[in-house]
Write a protein that binds this ligand. Structure first.
Ligand code: PLP
Length: 399
């Protein structure tokens, strides 16, 4: 075989989540779609806000198609970056400008570009705090660096600072955080962000080097009950934001997001240039042109987040009543539940017998838990409770 072995391996086996999603589609053909309770994947079910379709209609009518569909600047249209800067400045009282932004094809591209821009050699390490989005491993290892996992604080899914402090060493290049979190639904509160910032400042001084904080924020706007999501760049200077409109505007298939390198970052122009270079080297220049123009006009809008909140309440209350131990999510659209046995993979296999498709959290760095994605049809949640009850009861009788 004359192909890259690592790439062959990545391309030949689907992620556990995709595998389960495909299984669900096959199973639906046998038992009927309404009898499969697929909680596997994080595909938004709330429609994009009307302004998205309206803007697409306007753009196709108002703009000549050469401009609408043509290449933009490598880093993205000035008007789009300027609109995003103005929106963030107004919302979070910041002082960004257009040239701090690099438009990307979603958060996956934002993260891979940022990591490629930062990592200098194979000795470097990037820390992820469990539970974490499993693709971080692929993205970090793709740069040659090592992913270091800090175990979860399962009491409240904030950060286990003792474990984090032990994990930081002179090879640490960056830490990735994700709040609101996939898969726990936790939002890091201000105390957590402050403590994280002082720890990183301290470690930067101790090792006389920069340690970057990469804030992966595709769920920033999906927060319930008025819980604040602190704007991380205001707390820690060397923060780089990786954002995506996949979830907030329900546009996951359109591939649009950005990287923000604030001026406060040490040698920010050099870091920004490295971002541009990594985008070029990875073939990511010029994010989708029409979507950039949509963002310029729809910045600040979201889909109806209340629909996710309704699903959260329905599922959290229903499963808690049945006896499951659930962490109440403050944001995103995932419910994190303790498996009814130590081995969450075995628990998920038993759930499959009831046609409940749940994801074991081992791949998220948090064994013993499962992730239930509730960006699904509300009626499916209601129909699934019988199956959840049977699953729960099967553990009571087998004890
Ligand atoms: N980061 C997290 C935490 C995610 O949950 C996802 C997608 O589910 C991504 C990044 C990738 O997002 P995108 O589809 O915008 O590439």
């Amino acid at each position: 075989m004359s192909v890259n072995e690592k790439m062959y391996e990545l391309g030949s086996k689907r992620s556990a989540i995709r595998e389960l999603f495909e299984y669900g589609k096959q199973r639906a053909k046998i038992v009927g779609e309404e009898n499969v309770y697929d909680f596997s994947i994080g595909n938004p079910t709330v429609p994009a806000p009307e302004c998205v379709n309206e803007t697409i209609r306007q753009l196709t009518e108002e703009m000549d198609s050469i401009t609408l569909h043509g290449y933009t600047s490598a880093q993205g249209d000035f008007e789009t970056r300027d609109a995003i800067a103005k929106y963030l400045n107004k919302t979070y009282q910041c002082t960004f400008d257009a040239d701090d932004f690099y438009m990307t094809c979603g958060a996956a591209a934002s993260l891979t570009i940022t990591l490629h821009a930062l990592i200098e050699n194979r000795c470097e390490e990037v820390i992820a705090i469990a539970p974490f989005f499993p693709e971080y491993r692929v993205f970090v290892e793709g740069t040659g660096a090592k992913l270091v996992v800090v175990k979860a604080d399962t009491t409240n899914f904030q950060i286990d600072f003792e474990a984090l402090e032990k994990a930081i060493n002179p090879n640490t290049k960056a830490i990735i955080i994700n709040s609101p979190n996939n898969p726990s639904g936790a939002i890091y509160d201000e105390a957590t962000i402050r403590r994280l910032s002082s720890l990183l400042e301290e470690k930067q001084k101790e090792y006389a080097k920069e340690i970057y904080l990469i804030s992966d924020e595709p769920y920033r706007e999906i927060a319930y009950d008025g819980v604040e999501v602190p704007y991380v760049t205001k707390y820690y200077r060397n923060t780089i934001v990786c954002y995506s409109y996949s979830k907030s505007l329900s546009l996951p298939g359109e591939r649009i997001g950005y990287i923000l390198v604030p001026k406060e970052v040490t040698e920010s122009r050099a870091v920004y240039a490295a971002v541009c270079g990594a985008g070029r080297s990875l073939g990511y220049v010029c994010a989708p042109s029409m979507l950039q123009k949509v963002i310029a006009r729809c910045v600040g809008q979201t889909g109806d987040i209340n629909l996710y909140k309704k699903n959260r309440d329905l599922l959290y209350n229903g499963l808690t009543e049945l006896g499951y131990q659930c962490f109440k999510p403050a944001g995103a659209f995932y419910l994190f539940v303790k498996a009814l046995e130590e081995d969450a993979n075995r628990f998920c296999e038993k759930a499959k017998e009831q046609d409940l498709l749940l994801v074991a959290a081992d791949g998220f760095g948090c064994p013993g838990y499962v992730r239930i994605s509730y960006c699904v049809d509300e009626e499916m949640i209601k129909r699934s409770f019988g199956a959840f009850e049977k699953l729960y009861d099967s553990y009571q009788t087998s004890l």
